[in-house]
Design a protein around this ligand. Structure first.
Ligand code: ATP
Ligand code: MG
Length: 398
């Protein structure tokens, strides 16, 4: 028997009171866009569940996509029946006969309290029917059954399920507004982006490129990373590519080598903030992790963070590199991130950057050139590209 439905359970949404409807509708919208390859699916949103009628679609393929929808706690492949217990009993006996060798358990949940039989009685009745119709020795095991059959009696129908698949958790993307992710080609920033999306905050990305010092492989890497991240959204992510070369060269002309990194990152933050405001993003997000490199000591973060006033989210701040790598592997960005490339930061990396920079020194270096003009130029000339399902065929990107 092929499952014909998917029953989706919401996670933390259940605690959100009045906002619940907003949450579930956002989740439905995101799910539809992530499942766009299956136009035959039909959706029915109820108070505490989303029911998806497969309408001929392969449930295994749909399961894989559904695992990336944030806001889903778990889901089950299901069989929908009219409210006729005899039909349900026969079907369950058949399922167990086909798939179970040793033990089973029937777990009935009766959300329709007008249904004339109690859950315990239904469990017993179905189990009895199974024993009668299966031609080998099977036992009921209430603790560790080989097959757990859940029978949900709802107002409109009875659903029978034999699996529970863990969902992506978190909140539906977009419910928490939007932030601008500073995306390098490294390991940390895509993970920071994923974790932000998981909390329901949508993202746009900004990437700083320094052509001709950085090449099209570095660029391709960034877009391949975005292509992975977009699967956790509603299907598309906007990327802003900043040509950083002139400003970066000016920084290196006007700053002592030990301060070049600090000043360069202050410039990135300034540009990031302007782009964020322009694009309705309420915060910057980056892959900084305390102590990872010279620019990520608390002293450095202070001096760098000072130049802007919107919040900077650092989702991987307290994770070890190995923990970040684990997530990168899980979301399939790791292999892209470790492709060799030149990042604008790595090319100009000074040999001995200050680990305890002082604001007044950074300001003194910045006062020696008209950096604002460069910053504004970077913002005005930004190249904006939407990465969606067609991106590999889009010749304009490369
Ligand atoms: P990652 O941190 O993503 O692994 P990385 O280690 O090369 O890359 P760092 O030098 O640690 O980058 O920079 C810290 C953070 O600054 C990055 O996580 C990213 O958010 C941001 N960043 C660095 N370089 C760039 C860039 N070229 N474009 C956009 N953001 C960048
Ligand atoms: Mg890093």
């Amino acid at each position: 028997m092929e499952a014909n439905y998917i029953v989706v359970r919401f996670g933390e949404l259940t605690t959100k009171g009045k906002n619940r409807k907003l949450f579930t509708q956002k989740l439905l919208k995101n799910a539809k866009e992530i499942l766009f390859e299956f136009p035959q699916l039909q959706y029915q949103l109820q108070y505490d569940r989303l029911y998806i009628y497969l309408n001929g679609a392969n449930h295994l393929l749909v399961n894989e996509k559904l695992k990336t929808v944030f806001g889903i706690h778990s889901f089950s492949n299901a069989y929908k029946f009219e409210k006729d217990l005899d039909v349900v009993k026969d079907a369950i006996a058949k399922m167990i006969n086909e798939d179970t060798k040793t033990t089973f358990k029937i777990n009935t949940k009766r959300s329709d309290k007008t249904f004339p039989k109690k859950s315990q009685d239904i469990n017993r009745e179905i189990a009895g029917h199974v024993f009668h119709h299966v031609d080998r020795q099977l036992k009921v095991d209430v603790h560790h059954p080989e097959m757990l059959v859940t029978v949900e009696i709802r107002h409109d129908a009875i659903y029978v399920m034999t699996n529970v698949i863990k969902g992506a958790g978190g909140y539906p993307v977009g419910i928490g507004g939007k932030a601008l992710l500073m995306l390098s080609g490294g390991i940390d920033s895509p993970v920071a982006g994923y974790l932000t999306l998981k909390r329901g905050v949508d993202i746009e990305c900004v990437h700083f490129a320094a052509p001709p010092y950085t090449n099209e492989f570095a660029r391709e890497k960034v877009f391949d990373l975005v292509d992975k991240l977009r699967h956790y959204t509603h299907g598309q992510i906007t990327v802003h590519v900043v040509n950083f070369t002139k400003l970066q060269l000016a920084v290196y002309d006007h700053c002592d080598e030990s301060y070049a990194m600090t000043v360069m990152r202050r410039m990135m933050y300034r540009i990031g903030e302007k782009l964020a405001i322009k694009n309705h993003c309420l915060a910057l997000v980056n892959g900084e992790s305390i102590g990872q490199v010279a620019s990520q000591t608390l002293d450095s973060m202070n001096v760098i963070n000072q130049v802007i006033s919107i919040p900077v989210l650092r989702p991987v701040l307290c994770l070890d590199k190995l923990e970040i790598i684990d997530i990168a592997q899980k979301i399939d960005t790791y292999d892209i991130s470790i492709r060799p490339h030149e990042d604008c930061c790595t090319i100009f990396t000074p040999k001995a950057p200050a680990t305890k920079p002082k604001s007044y020194k950074a300001e003194a270096f910045e006062a020696t050139f008209d950096y604002e003009t460069y910053v504004n130029e970077c913002v005005e000339n930004v190249e904006t590209i939407v990465v969606d399902a067609n991106y590999k065929n889009d010749e304009e990107i490369f």
